[in-house]
Design a binder for this molecule. Structure first.
Ligand code: CDP
Length: 311
């Protein structure tokens, strides 16, 4: 009787262990089936939250700066009044997108038409487009970032005088679509960003629509990449690529090559429109390797050769 009970007990233990093993194996293989691209899509609710809107930013709420550590901003009506009701990407998906970095690898690439083929084009930091750059970099843009400190503050004199304001107004009209400003990256960016948004609102400029980046979305995206071994602050180009990966079926990446020699080992400038240099805040070479890894897996298309040759 005792032996039968012992045997029954052993049987239960074996069945339990086997079920557990089966469960672990099944979960592991299910996890492997999910590409990090899916995770990226799920982590950050990009379509709704990549910018601040009246829907995700309520009066009294506290905004945490993405870069200035420990600093916060209490949301007030002066801010919410300037925000769009909802995100312009809500519920939207694009079949083909181009993300255009500012690397000199684009010079003489002949990639303009290939870039402009996309349904949606992302660009960084108010880059020169059209005119003599058209053949290599294209003429279209749907979403362009502008840096509040190095661009709005420095280049347009903080919009303090008429000359700065006129130049700002003329220049931004070259960038239809969204003009994405990181108002809550560093603390010193907020006042100037709000002034710029007030200015375009008063002037009734609808295109581009000036929007504020959502620091929570930036932080969530950065945390995603941190878990995938990119620990430095994301570059603008890598951040835009992450947004594109969430809203586009095909992501084509141009103008990314953060090296001082081209693929044929010839000296190469940093920007396609001037010298510039690699900064130490980001780890662009590491980001580039990550994008190449995803290129190998067919998740993105990184274009580094002349477009006639590789398109
Ligand atoms: O925002 P940041 O000043 O870092 O970038 P930028 O110099 O205006 O260039 C825009 C983006 O293009 C960067 O954030 C990088 O992702 C990419 N880039 C690159 O990969 N290689 C270069 N030589 C220059 C820029």
């Amino acid at each position: 009787m005792l032996k039968a009970a012992q045997r029954l007990g052993l049987g239960v233990v074996i069945i339990t262990v086997l079920s557990l093993l089966y469960f672990i194996l099944m979960t592991q293989s299910a996890v492997k089936l999910i590409h990090p691209r899916e995770e990226l899509h799920n982590c950050c609710s990009t379509q709704d939250d990549f910018i601040l809107t009246q829907k995700n930013t309520k009066i009294g709420m506290t905004i945490r700066y993405a870069i200035t550590k420990g600093k916060t901003f209490k949301v007030n009506s002066a801010l919410t009044r300037l925000l769009p009701k909802t995100s312009p990407l809500s519920g939207r998906r694009f079949s083909r997108c181009s993300v255009v970095g500012n690397g000199a690898i684009l010079s003489q690439s002949g990639c303009g038409q290939e870039i402009d083929k996309a349904d949606y084009v992302f660009r960084c930091n108010l880059p020169p487009i059209g005119g003599k750059y058209a053949e290599n970099t294209g003429i279209r843009t749907n979403s362009t970032t502008a840096n509040p400190i190095s661009q709005i503050m420095s280049k347009y004199k903080g919009l303090r005088n008429q000359q700065g304001r006129d130049k700002f107004m003329t220049d931004i009209k070259k960038y239809p679509g969204l003009l994405w400003v990181s108002a809550f990256g560093v603390k010193s960016a907020t006042v100037i960003s709000q002034q710029a948004l007030k200015f375009v609102t008063q002037k009734r400029i609808r295109s581009p629509a000036l929007v504020f980046g959502n620091p929570k979305h930036f932080t969530d995206t950065m945390n995603f990449w941190r878990a995938h071994n990119l620990s430095n602050r994301l570059s603008t180009g890598m951040y835009l690529s992450s947004i594109a990966l969430s809203v586009c079926d095909q992501v084509h990446i141009f103008g990314f090559w953060p090296f001082d020699k081209d693929p044929e080992d010839q000296p190469l400038a940093y920007h396609y429109y001037g010298k510039g240099k690699v900064d130490q805040v980001h780890d662009m070479p590491q980001e580039f390797l990550k994008l190449l890894e995803w290129h190998q897996e067919g998740v993105v298309n990184v274009h580094i050769h002349k477009c006639q040759a590789d398109s």
